[in-house]
Design a protein around this ligand. Structure first.
Ligand SMILES: Cc1cc2nc3c(=O)[nH]c(=O)nc-3n(C[C@H](O)[C@H](O)[C@H](O)COP(=O)(O)OP(=O)(O)OC[C@H]3O[C@@H](n4cnc5c(N)ncnc54)[C@H](O)[C@@H]3O)c2cc1C
Ligand code: FES
Length: 269
């Protein structure tokens, strides 16, 4: 159930190149959270009025070196709120609203799992990978970014996914190009078992991934980003067009309540 709680930063680890993993005290929500659910996080006393949305990255059991009783959020510094977050040290106060939205559902039994991440869009996948591992469901990953510096936790993913295909647009790591290159290859390969895709990253990437998945007839869940003022369904700032399941007509849904995870087949971009 959603709660608005005050908590304290335990660690705020600088991963380099503008990415951080912040750890804060869990008031007991972690055990019931789904990967890809999110929090609205603010730093009281700072000059940033609106809280910002961040996916849960680490749940209890995700990171072996986590402080017991904490949750983790992976973030990249973009503007004022994320700069303020990056300046916080152990003991700093946070005001957190969550858990919010609908997270990733477990893949159907008997299917192979492929995760597709773009840059900081990898944030929801550590918790999901560890959950899949507990269920003995191996998952492969395609992890892409503009450049090698924008692939946080790459070594962790290499350790915990069964295979990681890396792409960068400038060729500084992995294959030069976008995630859609290895994804198109994976979708064209013979499939003894059904494939289930999960994708998170910038919206242009998600649109391209969705198109490939739908054309290949492969089930794909997208964790979407949208501008969010409230995070709990009131302001309507986060709506996206989707196809109505019954009529096929286009209508709007709120990324913060009906999402952030929506099936690629329902998007009406
Ligand atoms: C459901 C959800 C989950 C999210 N999870 C995470 C997460 O786990 N980790 C994380 O780092 N971010 C996540 N985001 C994005 C995050 O909320 C924004 O990066 C944050 O709000 C930026 O706030 P800011 O004040 O620092 O930047 P702003 O002042 O709001 O923006 C500064 C500049 O950066 C641009 N910008 C802001 N955010 C992004 C972005 N994501 N991509 C590209 N350009 C951007 C803006 O357009 C603007 O030009 C999530 C967003 C949603 C909707
Ligand atoms: S962020 Fe306010 S309705 Fe979704």
């Amino acid at each position: 159930m959603m709660s608005d709680f005050a908590t304290k930063v335990v660690r705020n680890v600088d991963l380099g190149r503008g990415s951080f993993l912040i750890e804060f005290e869990d008031p007991g929500l972690g055990a019931a959270m789904r990967p890809a659910q999110f929090f609205m996080i603010g730093a009281p006393g700072g000059d940033v009025l609106l809280r910002r949305p961040f996916s849960v990255c680490g749940l209890p059991g995700t990171f072996d070196d986590a402080t017991p009783g904490t949750l983790q959020v992976l973030y990249r510094v973009y503007g004022r709120a994320t700069s303020l977050l990056a300046s916080l040290g152990p003991g700093a106060s946070l005001q957190v609203l969550g858990p919010l939205g609908r997270g990733f559902e477990a893949p159907p039994a008997g299917s192979d799992v492929l995760l597709v991440a773009g840059g900081i869009g990898s944030a929801p996948f550590p918790a999901f990978l560890r959950e899949l591992a507990r269920e003995r469901r191996p998952a492969s990953m395609i992890y892409g970014a503009r450049t090698a510096a924008e692939l946080p936790l790459l070594d962790w993913f290499k350790e915990h996914a069964s295979r990681v295909a890396v792409t960068t647009e400038d060729g500084s790591a992995g294959t030069k190009g976008r995630v859609t290159l290895p994804l198109a290859e994976a979708l064209a390969a013979p499939r003894p078992r059904p494939l289930h895709l999960y994708a998170c990253g910038p919206n242009p990437m998600l649109k391209a991934v969705a198109r490939l998945a739908v054309d290949a007839g492969v089930k794909c869940d997208l964790s979407l980003e949208a501008p969010m003022a409230c995070g709990f369904g009131v302001c309507l700032g986060c709506v996206v067009p989707v196809k109505d399941g019954a009529t096929g007509e286009s209508r709007f849904e709120r990324v913060c309540v009906e999402g952030p995870v929506l099936p690629a087949s329902r998007m009406a971009w």
